[in-house]
Design a protein around this ligand. Structure first.
Ligand SMILES: [Zn+2]
Length: 451
């Protein structure tokens, strides 16, 4: 019985471990850890491999559900598994499943390759009371209904609340504050895609923080590379540091790419974006459809915005040194913001964690493997308040085994789901879910609900 993982370098920041140690897995849990190799029915030789808790991705956009079949579009979750993620959190940026509790129930009935927790997307509360106009304010009685639903859903185990301030211009401060308050009452996380980026990013940070100035809220600023890596990163990180010193419980996440991803019809590309990002049409690449991987001209941009506003684009406009600076800050964790539309999208959905290890640890040598693993396991787990990212005896056996020397992301803007190299094994709840690029168990994941 059991699985032995022998001769690896165990990196487990939650327990401050970086040693050559052997693990025994039984009944889905870490059963024993020893300096001596274990014998078991299944023995994995982890010589030359790092053995770490499975990566915890605090920021993804959960898979769509196919309208015809009713099944999850499972590619998102498979891509996560292939890059070593064993737990991910959906419902980010204020948008996502209309009923996140039903979504988690479906995870448990259909089963998926990874564990999944959900935030309550703010806009789903508006949808739940059938309020469709994102430019309008809700009435006091409508807001009471929304906060009642928020309370009920949070009580059923959601991780927290997410806001997409940029995408719902009609919501006023009172609406945000009262919804955030429901998360605070249950000691849950409050995350946001804040209202503005580039020159407007500090004001947007101040606005978000105003929801939790009493120091009793757990605040998370999402994907800060795409918010502040346009010349504002130093000032932004300094502002976050100052808030923290003044008692605000705040942290951030970031993905290791220099191009962001958004549908061409979104407000991001409203008039003024070229000045905001100091760029031109050529920096915008189309990611799907007839013009896939074509760079924009003024004519193509106008044509698609008019006729195909949902088409995904990437904008190659972020400053690489500022993204790297964000990733290296001790209060910034690594998260993918992974999203797929019909298996197309940004390569971060398949490359984030291997890429961060390769770029930051191997190439730039700006970070130790231990620190990188900390940003991918312990930090997000503690932030979320979940029992993951920890390999002490008795904890869930979610693990990734990778070869640091060869680890590399392969996904590109042309082929966003190409799998990385160097991820040798992934275990989810004690099951070998991936072995040498082969998915061996795609149903080992469970929903994560907090009490
Ligand atoms: Zn976002």
């Amino acid at each position: 019985m059991g699985i032995a993982i022998n001769n690896g370098r165990l990196i487990d920041p939650a327990n401050k471990i970086d040693s050559k140690l052997n693990l025994l897995i039984e009944n889905g849990k870490v059963a024993a850890i020893s300096g001596k190799p274990f014998s078991a029915d299944t023995i994995i030789d982890a010589t030359d491999l790092i053995v770490a808790p499975g990566f915890v991705d605090i920021h993804i956009h959960e898979a769509n559900i196919d309208k015809d079949t009713g099944d999850f579009e499972i590619g998102t979750f498979e891509s996560m598994l292939r890059m070593g993620v064993t737990t991910a959190i959906g419902g980010n940026c204020g948008f996502g499943a209309l009923n996140p509790i039903e979504y988690l129930d479906k995870v448990d009935s259909d089963r998926i390759p990874i564990n999944l927790g959900m935030l309550l997307p703010h806009n789903s509360l508006r949808e739940a009371i059938n309020f469709k106009d994102k430019y309008k304010e809700v009435s006091p009685s409508e807001l009471t209904k929304m906060t009642g639903i928020a309370n009920e859903w949070l009580s059923q185990g959601l991780i927290g609340v997410s806001f997409g301030l940029r995408y719902v211009p009609g919501a006023n401060t009172k609406e945000y504050f009262e919804v955030a308050n429901k998360a605070k009452e249950q000691n849950r996380l409050i995350t946001a895609h804040i209202r503005d980026d580039a020159a407007g990013v500090i004001d947007a940070l101040d606005e978000f923080i105003s929801f939790g100035l009493d120091g009793k809220s757990k605040m998370q600023v999402s994907h800060i590379g795409s918010m502040a890596a346009f010349g504002q990163m130093d000032e932004f990180l300094s502002a976050v540091d100052q808030y923290k010193y003044n008692g605000v419980d705040i942290s951030c996440d970031c993905y290791p790419y220099y191009a962001f991803c958004v549908a061409i019809g979104r407000t991001t590309y409203d008039d003024g974006f070229m000045q905001r990002y100091n760029t031109d049409y050529e920096s915008i690449e189309i990611l799907e459809g007839e013009y896939k991987n074509k760079r924009c001209t003024p004519e193509l941009f106008a044509h698609l915005r008019q006729n195909d506003p949902d088409v995904l684009t990437t904008a190659h406009v972020m400053k690489s040194d500022e993204v790297d600076k964000a990733l290296s800050h001790p209060n910034v964790m690594i998260a993918s913001d992974g999203v797929l539309n019909n298996m197309q999208g940004h390569p971060r959905v398949s490359g984030t964690f291997p890429r961060a290890l390769n770029i930051l640890v191997n190439e730039r040598k700006s970070m130790s493997a231990y620190e990188a693993v900390r940003k991918m396991t312990q930090m997000p787990s503690e932030r979320l308040g979940i029992e993951k990212g920890n390999l002490a005896v008795g904890k869930d056996a979610d693990l990734v085994l990778f070869n640091l020397a060869s680890i590399e992301d392969k996904a590109s803007f042309t082929n966003p789901t190409d799998e990385p190299v160097g991820i040798k094994y992934v275990l989810v709840n004690g099951h070998i879910a991936l072995k040498e690029n082969e998915i061996t168990n795609s149903k080992a994941g469970q929903s994560i609900r907090i009490k």
